[in-house]
Design a protein around this ligand. Structure first.
Ligand code: RB5
Length: 162
């Protein structure tokens, strides 16, 4: 069972973590696998679509998940597409979003510890389901290190108003 850090990446008052999840057609099957993983871990989620492998445009689903987080409805999001790249680029256009493309567990842990990424993105055409599960677990279990990393995040936030 993954031990989720509620104190750094989430507000203290949020006792139940709900994850916003979305994908395009290229990431649809990986999203299903990740939703199964979240279910097994008793982590609540809301699926923002897409709901089949019919071709769609990934920015629409990245915008839905990123918007739900920027609006405060959710604290964490997971986005999948073929490569993880498109949804990452799109989500990072939304103010307040720090979306990290992670295809290994070290990066996923660092995305939590150093970057306090509120979204991770993954590519179904790049990694397998087992690694994807481990990546999600590493990110959810990571504790933000604060200190100099907090200062750097403030500088990222400042870029949003330039
Ligand atoms: C869809 O074919 C594909 O381009 C998309 O899933 C994603 O990989 C884009 O970055």
């Amino acid at each position: 069972m993954v031990s989720i850090n509620y104190d750094s990446n989430c507000d203290r008052e949020v006792l139940i973590l709900r994850v916003a999840i979305g994908s395009d057609h290229g990431g649809f099957n990986l999203k299903l696998e990740i939703m199964n993983y979240l279910k097994e871990q008793n982590i609540e989620y809301h699926d923002f679509g897409t709901y089949s492998t019919e071709s769609v445009d990934y920015p629409d689903f990245a915008a839905a998940v990123a918007g739900a987080i920027a609006g405060g409805e959710f604290k964490r999001g997971i986005l999948c597409c073929g490569t993880g790249i498109g949804v990452s680029i799109a989500a990072n256009k939304v103010s307040g979003i720090r979306a990290a493309l992670c295809h290994d567990t070290f990066s996923a842990r660092m995305a939590g510890e150093h970057n306090m990424a509120n979204i991770i993105t993954l590519g179904e055409r790049v990694i397998g389901p087992g690694l994807a599960r481990d990546i999600v677990g590493a990110w959810l279990g990571a504790k933000f290190a604060g200190g100099r990393h907090a200062r750097r995040l403030e500088k990222i936030t400042a870029l949003e108003s330039e």
